[in-house]
Design a protein around this ligand. Sequence first.
Ligand code: PMP
Length: 360
Amino acid sequence: MSRVYNFSAGPAALPTEVLEQAQAEMLEWNGSGMSVMEMSHRGKDYMSIAAKAEADLRQLMTIPDNYKVLFLQGGASSQFAMVPINLLNGKKSADYILTGQWSKKAVAEAKRYCDVNLVADTTDSKFTTVPDAASLKFDPDAAYVHYTPNETIAGVEFPYIPDTGDVPLVADMSSTILSRHIDVSKFGVIYAGAQKNIGPAGLTIVIIREDLIGTADPAMPVMLDYKTHADNDSMYNTPPTYSWYMAGLVFARGLKLGGMNAIEKVNQRKAEKLYKAIDDSVFYSNPVATNCRSRMNVPFILANADLDSAFIEQAAANGLVTLKGHRSVGGMRASIYNAMPEEGVDALIAFMQEFERGNA
Ligand code: PMP
């Protein structure tokens, strides 16, 4: 068996030691006589798995006590609707910062429920910039402000947290959660699909300030009401039990690695060396403004697009896979989430340099 370095944007690589532990526990978890997948979500064993996962995530992210952590399904895409359904609370409009394809989708969904006020829109830069913090003028009467701290497709990441005053800040952290330390208390709602830095697909994490729970539009399905899930410890219905368990293994590993500051340091180093390799060459380029380059998703374009397929083929032959860029950007994209070891980034850089020497 040989595991490749998988640069997929998501579902993404999982830490090998997490997969090994899951493998060791596959047939029987901790003397229970069964796999985690076969357990009742209401049984003692599973409840302990679920509670530990939440406790470890709380410790890892230093989540304050007045926030609930919800383990849901439906992906980040469902949150595009659940956010307005729950947070409008009688208000007519919400502020959105549009910096890429994912915030665009969030905007389109919100428009089904309210007026959307675009506080900033970086479409004209082809999503290679973020707005200056000082240029953001929020509506004090908006129900909330929504933004996407890391845009997975163009590889654009906010270097700051917008200051929205008393208006709750909502963040789609799908592709940046657990990559760096963040001050959770600055946010009203944080949500993320699990399939990048958390665990397998099928689980969606929502971290929500308690005072924002309980104001959902009563005409909406109970499954879309945060209160339903908060009141039932995310077990109103059957949760994605196995993904939750796997996420727990990832959180425990994060703590073992030394927590968010240690993880962030490695991520910073990985991103810096990859961007340096790109910037030092005339063969590769990254179109994103240097102040907002993503630490997680690194797109790079070959000067000669005719070489794209050779690059992808030869990279794969060297054990470096899923590097093809998103069709809207072209070129390559290396997603270097927490599970990508630094040696994987080193191997990619070495391959890029070798490919350049052979084709420049
Ligand atoms: N937001 C961002 C930033 C994403 O990267 C993605 C998925 N790649 C989504 C939302 C959609 O997530 P899901 O597939 O979990 O609905």
